[in-house]
Structure formats: structure tokens, C-alpha cells
Ligand binder design. Structure first.
Ligand SMILES: [Zn+2]
Length: 258
């Protein structure tokens, strides 16, 4: 990944493995591998110091009742910055949860039926409520793909133009602004063909510009061929939406004029 980043001309590059979660899964770093991840990324930092600036981060999953303590965990690991995201939607005190990510629409549909009795509005409300709670309880430096809930919906169970949906996103944007959190423009859904828009959608990138919310760009890459996919388009989208700066991390958060 480091060699691919250097080859593509990047001069800052952050690792952000999915932080360990306390249940069986096939996406997160295993708790027994956490120390090796920290050691390896630090070793790479030194090895390639003359070619690229590397940073160690993780993407933390904020799950009601299960992982609400992301900031103390991140600080204990000495991470350079923290990304916080919601992938698992769960009501307080309930057993069931709805996994909204991954490559399969059937998993999304089945989870919605099992967890929220196919009441999409209730499930989506819980998704945004969790995101707001994450910002209030454990503000990450960056909020990841904040409207990923739309990915497998494809305008079937709700529309992004529904007034209740727009209200939820606006409430989240206000909290992002209140906490001065940086908002990620994530290109992965587009280059994987799972979404016809960025996360978040253009309408929210525009709204964020009007609100003065800081934005960064991420490819959410999972292999070497993806390190900078649609980077330029994301920068163009920021410009067209009225953003004057893009934020990036080079040891601290910096604004670059667009
Ligand atoms: Zn994620």
C-alpha cells in the first residue's frame, strides 16, 4: 500500500484499519493483531520517511451499548487521528442489530426486516441518532461516510428527498458543525459501483459548504489499485459545491486552498 501511494504521487498517507469489535466478524482487525498493526505501521513510517509521511489511525465503529468508548481506546493506542463511523445500527437495550455495509443488498434487506420489522424510517432514524451520539460522546477527528445508509437502499424503502430524511441529515450536519468534526468525502461507493454518488451525496456536500463544515477526501481503499481512485473528482465536487478548502492531515489538520 505504501509503495502504491508513493507511486501515485501521494505525500501523506494514513492507515485506518477497522478497529477491533467484540464479536465475530470478517471485516475488523482482530484484537490479537492490534499490537502488530501498531508496530508495523510505525516501522513503515520510519522506513519510508524520506519518501512519504505515514500516519496510524483506525476507523472506529460506534455501536450502541457495544462500542461507545472510541476516544479513550484511540488515545490509549496513541493514534494520530480517529475516524468514527456507523456500520451497525442498534437500539439501546435490544439484542438485534442491522449491518448496513458490505457488498450485498440481501444482507441489508434481511437486517432491516429482522431488526426494525422492515420499518425503514425507524432504522434510518436510529442510524442518524447513533451518528449524533457518537459525535457528542466521543467526537472523532473525522466522521466517515455519514450517509452510507443510502447505499443498498437505492431509493427503494425511502427517498433522500423525503422531508423526514432531509431533516435527519440536517440535524447531523448541525452536530458535525457544533463539534467542529471534519467530514469525509468518500469515493469508494462510486468506484465500486455500489452508489451513484459520493458518501455523502452532492446535496449534502453543498449544504456542508454553506454551513462552513470542514471536508477531507478519502478513497477508503482496501487494496493497492484503489489508493487514489476518484480523488480528483472528489476535489472537483468540493469546488463545485462552494468549498474553498480541503483539509488533510500531515501531523496536524491543514487546510489547502482549492
Ligand atoms: Zn466504514
Amino acid at each position: 500500500m505504501v509503495l502504491a501511494a508513493i507511486e501515485r504521487g501521494l505525500y501523506c498517507f494514513g492507515f485506518s484499519a477497522h478497529a477491533p469489535v467484540p464479536f465475530e466478524n470478517n471485516f475488523a482487525l482482530k484484537i490479537e493483531d492490534q499490537e502488530a498493526y501498531l508496530q508495523q505501521t510505525h516501522a513503515l513510517k520510519e522506513k519510508y520517511a524520506d519518501k512519504i509521511r505515514l500516519f496510524t489511525s483506525m476507523e472506529f465503529d460506534y455501536i450502541t451499548d457495544i462500542t461507545e468508548d472510541i476516544r479513550p481506546r484511540a488515545e490509549a493506542m496513541g493514534l494520530d487521528y480517529i475516524i468514527g463511523s456507523v456500520h451497525q445500527v442498534k437500539e439501546r437495550g435490544k439484542e438485534e442489530s442491522w449491518f448496513i455495509d458490505g457488498g450485498k443488498q440481501e444482507v441489508w434487506d434481511e437486517g432491516l426486516a429482522r431488526t426494525f420489522n422492515s420499518d425503514a424510517r425507524k432504522g434510518v432514524e436510529q442510524f442518524y441518532l447513533q451518528s449524533i451520539e457518537m459525535l457528542q460522546k466521543s467526537t472523532p477527528d473525522v466522521i466517515g461516510h455519514f450517509d452510507k445508509i443510502k447505499m443498498h437502499n437505492k431509493e427503494r424503502f425511502f427517498s433522500q428527498q423525503d422531508s423526514w430524511y432531509k431533516e435527519l441529515v440536517k440535524t447531523l450536519l448541525e452536530e458535525i458543525k457544533n463539534q467542529d468534526c471534519i467530514c469525509e468525502v468518500n469515493t469508494r461507493g462510486l468506484y465500486k459501483g455500489r452508489s451513484d454518488d459520493f458518501f455523502p451525496s452532492m446535496q449534502w456536500i453543498k449544504e456542508a459548504a454553506q454551513m462552513g463544515i470542514r471536508m477531507t477526501v478519502s478513497t477508503d481503499c482496501h487494496n493497492v489499485s484503489e489508493v487514489d481512485l476518484l480523488f480528483d473528482q472528489a476535489i472537483e465536487a468540493l469546488k463545485q459545491s462552494g468549498h474553498k478548502y480541503v483539509w488533510y492531515f500531515d501531523g496536524q489538520w491543514q487546510a489547502e486552498k482549492l
